[in-house]
Design a protein. Structure first.
Lengths: 243, 571
């Protein structure tokens, strides 16, 4: 399935809302975590640009700020035996899993500059994912009192962000085709009864990662009425090295 | 004026906010822009910041946060009072009853103690703000590859994704040639190279070009380890200038310098966050440390300093092994001419190297100095017409192995490349051919770059495990091709997408191999046509040094190893 990215089909962006999109590929969580912290600190001081980091992580379990004790279904040693590390973060929400086959989108957005409330931003991320799911014929929905995106009671996208001086970090993780057995290690979001699902499971066939990524960028721009500038990382790094 | 820390507006319909954590205890001094507490609503964590410098006074405790726009805390300037709470909230302020969070450094302020604390706060004397140390630059503040000028760690992170492998910027050579090394006595040179079969670099005998084993090992008591790095560094070295040092050759033997600076290289690697090179582990595992003193490069030495070094040597035990990368020193002990501690040499007298056998009976009768060794290598033979052989190798299994290992080793940050597997295969294939075995001692990975060709030299890459090679590749700096000496080289054409090229045979090299960029070709199987990933491996060799049969057997062995790479995992 291809996604139309033609600028003509997009709504007119709100003035001043633009985001630089970085496709980081497969990454270690700790590296991108540091990158986010740097970008957020820079943005807080008025520098940098609003950024959207797109990546898929190597297997890792992350904990929210308010839940420092991992809510696991198995002994912690078992998790480590899988080669999965557990990382404490500063985001909201509870425990979650990231791994290959999961699109993770981190927005480093100055909400004041976007004239956007925290709740509107969170809701916008969910709306973005719902739009992506719709492209593949999946009906995603929000649930009152439970953040994330759900498909008939099964959770397909998890969300958790951190805001400091109106600049966001962390974001939303959409299961495209991850190793679902890894979710059995945890109680996702601290909910023992939560059943996780993925796009591949719902569609019944393989879903190309890059197409979902492109669709996410498109729906992000559509939802927040922003313009997206895709940054070629390799070119950017080469340019900076020369500069 | 008291600066309030207010609950921000989260948006219509937001879940009730809860204060989950105070980052600073009540009464702490905070700076403008510092986060004071964490407010969580739904899956959103918000760090509330102080808007001014001053003393933080909690206005509420952990738990449910006040309504939007209400203060959770105040930041008071010296001499300021806490604003009066609303009438109805005059009873005990919950802020000061709530226990301080576990991480808070200051003790919880009891209601009784509050008055005293407040009085202190309101004292007419301005309360000097203590110096707040900057937050430690932990990993979180590591340079950002996208925005900082520092070398971009993200390059390593995405090494498998990026097409071009980037080499570290090297403004000046990591190693410096030590011209004095040429004039060392044989025992000193032997100490450099005595590495128990794991040489830090390939150091041929410049005179005979004989392998290392052919050299005479120094007597054990002539090698004494000197442990503490600081002392070793502080110890001035012999006054080399007093010697008649022959002129340095125009093209220094960098591999010898490598051996000398083995400890420094590891220290450099460690300080730059790179894993220590593989040979650092070997060095640590060897029983007596065996490298020359780092002090050898210094200007001068005195008897006192030398004695200090000796004392330190005595206190060095096997249990006190140096850390990887820690400079250790070995020097040649010459017999104490007078007796223990009875040497009375003028401080100005420089320490000299003596031939052990001809050691003086007393300092007054200096021993006959060793004839300075003159470094006069024979000019390397330039092979006018190297011969070549080619073979097509199926790379599918090697690529799969790389993917699998990248996944397995990712938690440790070790990311293998196909070139690592090829380097390992090259060394193993050489080691498997008796006629070529000596070339397996050190193999080089050549990187073609428009700015010049660089070589990373791997020592004993056929020993140990494949992971050692991967880690060494991250630690070993590339050298200019003219200065890197190794038994055989591998040139990767991956970065350029070139299928095939005859590798350059550097002067002195007997073998060179190039690995063409992988390409997809169709191949016929009994059950149909299949697409496989192949690469062309081209061997260039010196027919005068390598028998044709050995070259063919080597290339066939290299192909087999690359097609069955599992055998490369461990020696």
């Amino acid at each position: 399935m291809s996604v139309a990215l033609s600028p003509e089909t997009r709504p007119a962006p709100a003035e001043g809302r633009s985001v630089h999109v970085y496709d980081l590929g497969t990454t270690n969580y700790a590296d991108v975590h540091r990158l986010q912290q740097r970008l957020q600190a820079q943005r807080r001081e008025g520098g940098g640009v609003d950024s959207l980091l797109l990546t898929e992580h190597r297997p890792v379990i992350t904990l929210g700020r308010g839940h420092p004790v991992p809510d696991l279904r198995v002994p912690e040693d078992t998790v480590h035996n899988y080669g999965i590390s557990i990382v404490q973060t500063e985001r909201g929400g509870d425990i979650t899993y990231h791994g290959p086959g999961q699109l993770v989108a981190y927005g480093i957005i100055d909400l004041k500059g976007w004239d956007c409330s925290v709740l509107d931003y969170v809701s916008g991320l969910e709306t973005t994912v719902i739009g992506v799911l719709a492209d593949w014929g999946i009906r995603g929905e929000q649930q009152p009192g439970a953040r994330g995106v759900w498909v008939e009671g099964r959770k397909i996208a998890s969300l958790g962000i951190n805001v400091r001086r109106w600049v966001t970090m962390h974001g939303i993780a959409l299961n495209i085709d991850p190793d679902m057995s890894h979710f059995d290690l945890i109680n996702p979001c601290g909910l023992a009864e939560t059943e996780m699902t993925s796009m591949a499971t719902e569609v019944g066939k393989a879903v190309p990662f890059t197409e979902v990524l492109d669709a996410f960028v498109y729906h992000f721009g559509r939802t927040f009425e922003s313009t997206s500038h895709k940054v070629d990382l390799e070119t950017e790094l080469a340019h900076r090295r020369k500069g | 004026m008291a600066s309030p820390v207010l609950v921000p507006r989260l948006g219509y319909g937001a879940a009730p906010a809860v204060i989950t954590e105070w980052y600073h205890p009540d009464g702490a001094t905070v700076r403008r822009g510092e986060a004071v507490c964490c407010l969580e609503s739904g899956h959103v964590a918000i760090d509330l910041e102080a808007d001014a410098d001053g003393i933080l006074r909690h206005f509420t405790g952990d738990g449910p946060a006040p309504a939007t726009g209400e203060p959770v805390a105040y930041v008071l300037a010296p001499g300021e009072r806490l604003p009066e709470p609303p009438e109805e909230a005059h009873e005990p302020e919950p802020a000061f009853e709530s226990p301080a969070p576990a991480h808070a450094e200051a003790p919880p302020v009891e209601p009784d103690a509050f008055e005293a604390a407040l009085a202190e706060t309101l004292s007419p004397e301005p309360i000097p703000f203590p110096e707040i140390p900057e937050e430690p630059r932990g990993e979180a503040d590591a340079p950002n590859p996208l925005w900082d000028d520092a070398p971009a760690p993200i390059i390593d992170l995405h090494a498998p994704l990026l097409r071009r492998r980037t080499l570290p910027q090297q403004t000046e050579p990591a190693f410096h040639w030590v011209p004095e090394a040429e004039s060392w006595p044989d025992a000193a040179k032997a100490a450099v190279t005595a590495d128990h079969g794991n040489p830090a670099a390939f150091v041929p005998d410049p005179a005979t070009d004989a392998p290392l084993e052919a050299w005479e090992e120094p007597a054990e008591d002539s090698l004494a380890p000197v442990a503490p790095a600081a002392e070793a560094e502080a110890t001035p070295a012999p006054a080399w200038a007093a010697w008649e040092v022959p002129a340095a050759p125009e093209e220094p033997e960098m591999s010898l310098a490598d051996a000398l600076h083995a400890g420094e290289l590891a220290a450099t690697a460690e300080s730059e966050g790179m894993p220590p090179p593989a040979w650092a582990a070997w060095e640590a595992a060897d029983e007596p440390a065996t490298s020359l003193p780092g002090a050898l490069n210094a200007e001068e030495s005195t008897w006192e300093a030398f004695e200090e070094t000796e004392t330190a040597a005595e206190t060095y035990t096997d249990d006190d092994q140096p850390h990887a990368g820690e400079p250790v020193a070995i020097h040649i002990v010459h017999p104490d001419p007078v007796g223990e501690g009875a040497v009375e040499e003028p401080a100005e007298e420089p320490y000299r190297w003596y031939d052990e056998e001809a050691a003086p009976e007393s300092p007054e009768e200096p021993a006959e100095e060793v004839e300075p060794y003159v470094f006069a290598p024979e000019p390397a033979r330039i092979v006018p017409f190297p011969l070549t052989m080619r073979v097509t190798v199926t790379l599918g299994d090697a690529l799969k192995l790389r993917e699998r290992l990248a996944h397995e080793w990712a938690p440790a940050g070790v990311i293998p490349t196909t070139e690592d597997i090829a380097v390992r295969a090259l060394a193993c294939a050489l080691a498997g051919q008796p006629a070529l075995e000596e070339h397996a001692r050190s193999v080089g990975l050549r990187a073609l770059d428009p700015d010049g060709v660089t070589v990373q030299v791997f020592a004993a890459a056929s020993d140990g495990e494949l992971r050692d090679v991967v880690e060494a590749r991250a630690a070993v700096p590339p050298w200019p091709a003219t200065d890197a000496h190794c038994g055989a080289t591998l040139t990767s054409l991956f970065d350029f997408g070139i299928d095939d090229s005859v590798p350059a045979l550097a002067p002195g090299n007997a073998l060179a191999v190039s690995l063409g960029a992988p390409r997809r070709v169709s191949t016929f199987r009994p059950d149909g046509i299949e697409l496989v990933t192949v690469s062309t491996v081209t061997l260039a060799y010196d027919p005068g040094a390598v028998p044709e049969g050995a070259a063919a057997a080597f290339l066939a062995s290299l192909r087999d190893l690359l097609e069955s790479p599992e055998t490369l995992l461990a020696a």
